[in-house]
Design a protein around this ligand. Structure first.
Ligand SMILES: [Zn+2]
Length: 257
């Protein structure tokens, strides 16, 4: 990923996706101070500052040249349900993945340690985003995202470009036996992603999702990892594990042009 500045706002973009002329995407960076309240950019909608959060969404949309009024939001619940944003409903749906092939459906997901995933198929001009915490990942969220893009828009995984956004890294993400058991049950070949750490484990969630994308048929050369650890990079990212309940949220947004 690299940092670019749009409309005065620094955002991270994936290198390959940034070359796609019919796609706009970006990930917010914590160090940005808004001109309205002098607060760092934050998409924690459940916080006590909903008005500020809305202003930050407008600010971010403007930087990405995406229409704020056509943004698609979901309630992320750490499961593996994927929705098609071409069929909007008035309610905010519970989902951890969103796909669309319709320009103007501007999808926004948020995170605070869990990596956010983006997949774009330039041939079918379709995009999908997923929120890949460990619970969703154990249920195959990245594989389901590709399945959805195939079934909804006839995407070919070989044509797809993907980015795995910043997240807590394999040396920082401490987990208990319940995660080991869940991976053992659902994806036994990925047990090597755990390393013993005191009486618990370290788990490489980023690599876990990377493998899911490759298993779905994506080419290695077309999947980009951000290289950022959100737990270690305090200046750039919020981290639930580091900052606790009051942690802010960053956003990944994408829209077709
Ligand atoms: Zn780390």
């Amino acid at each position: 990923m690299k940092k670019i500045t749009r409309q005065g706002l620094d955002v991270l973009v994936f290198d390959q996706l940034n070359h796609q002329l019919k796609l706009s995407h970006g990930l917010s960076l914590r160090h940005q101070i808004d001109p309205f309240n002098q607060k760092t950019i934050d998409f924690n909608f459940s916080s006590d500052t909903p008005k500020r959060s809305l202003k930050h969404q407008q600010w971010f949309c403007k930087a990405l040249a995406l229409d704020f009024n056509q943004r698609v939001r979901v309630q992320q619940v750490h499961d593996n349900h994927i929705i098609n944003a071409n069929h909007p409903t008035t309610n905010i749906e519970k989902a951890d993945g969103v796909v669309t092939n319709q320009p103007g459906c501007n999808v926004m997901l948020i995170g605070a340690d869990c990596p956010l995933i983006i997949v774009y198929d330039p041939s079918q001009h379709a995009v999908g985003l997923a929120h890949a915490g460990w619970r969703s990942s154990v249920k195959g969220i990245s594989e389901k995202l590709i399945d959805s893009m195939q079934s909804e828009f006839n995407c070919d995984p070989e044509h797809c470009l993907a980015g795995i956004g910043p997240g807590i890294c394999g040396d920082c993400f401490e987990v208990g036996q319940e995660v080991v058991d869940a991976v053992q049950q659902n994806s036994p070949n990925d047990q090597d992603l755990f390393k013993p750490h005191n009486d618990r484990w370290h788990f490489d969630l980023i690599e876990f999702n990377y493998r899911q994308l490759l298993r779905s048929g994506l080419k290695e050369s077309k999947v980009e990892k951000s290289g950022y650890c959100t737990f270690e990079e305090n200046e750039l990212f919020y981290s639930y594990r580091r900052d606790g309940q009051t942690a802010g949220r960053w956003a990944l947004m994408a829209g077709l042009l």
